[in-house]
Design a binder for this molecule. Structure first.
Ligand code: SAH
Length: 244
């Protein structure tokens, strides 16, 4: 199915029809539509082998459904649908919508799959994964952020299991995972995360030095358990910090 403007409009209207009654809905739905169109244009323009050429209908629908303005602080709400990262406090950021879409596409998350996110932050990426029908586990190292995001996800009816802790070690009790998304930059791919990936699993992680440019890396495990890594594109994430 090709995703054109009409397709997006239809998806947007379907979301509105099934969503809660809200006088503000039409305005923010239109902003989400415009945000997804911008992301779609970036996918078409983004050169690079191994990168998806478009946002899939499922991911577009999830991004049309999740109200990004509810994941940012009040003073950032006017910017909520711009295609850029925004500050969420504690020196952290909510990722740029393009990056959220890209990481979600690269991990090919589908309904019913078990997914681990490292770096809950605002909870936005977790909400997108939940909207796709995944069984979401997400870990945040900053306790206040983790608590706020957990309450926010619950309030919005987005089902995700949240935990405060150091995501470097993954979530052994809930492993193995079909997909793992690391939304903070690591100096290397944490071996516990590779271990917790199922055969045929996909992990996406920014790897490189902190505070500069890192490489977004796709780690895949084949059905026989063989691991393969591919560097995809330069990105800039906040660092994966470690518990002191
Ligand atoms: N996915 C988030 C964006 C996260 S920004 C969203 O959708 O809003 C990266 C987050 O990773 C920050 O909140 C940061 O506190 C968290 N983080 C950094 N190191 C971590 C670690 N070792 N374990 C878990 N979370 C970590």
């Amino acid at each position: 199915m090709t995703l054109n403007r009409r397709g997006l409009l239809c998806a947007g209207l379907a979301t509105l029809a099934s969503g809660p009654a809200n006088a503000q809905a039409p305005a923010d739905a239109a902003e989400r539509l415009s945000m997804v169109e911008t992301v779609q244009r970036m996918f078409r323009a983004e050169p690079g082998p191994g990168l998806p050429a478009r946002v899939s209908p499922a991911v577009a629908d999830a991004m049309l459904a999740v109200r990004r303005h509810e994941f940012v602080p009040a003073n950032q709400r006017v910017n909520a649908y711009e295609n850029r990262p925004l500050p969420i406090g504690y020196g952290q950021t909510i990722s740029q919508p393009f990056i959220v879409a890209l990481m979600t596409e690269l991990t090919q998350v589908s309904r019913g799959e078990r997914v681990l996110e490292i770096g809950t932050g605002s909870g936005y990426q977790a909400a997108i994964l939940a909207a796709l029908g995944a069984e979401v586990y997400t870990i945040e190292i900053v306790p206040e952020l983790g608590r706020i995001a957990g309450a926010r996800l619950k309030r919005q009816g987005r089902s995700a299991v949240t935990r405060i802790g150091d995501g470097y070690f993954g979530w052994p009790e809930a492993a193995p995972f079909d997909a793992i998304l690391v939304t903070a930059a690591a100096s290397h791919v944490p071996p516990p995360l590779v271990q917790q990936l199922k055969p045929s699993g996909r992990m996406v992680i920014p790897v490189g030095p902190p505070f500069v440019v890192q490489q977004l890396v796709l780690v895949t495990k084949d059905p026989g358990g063989q691991v393969r890594t591919r560097q995809l594109l330069p990105v800039s994430f906040v660092p994966l910090t470690r518990r002191r």
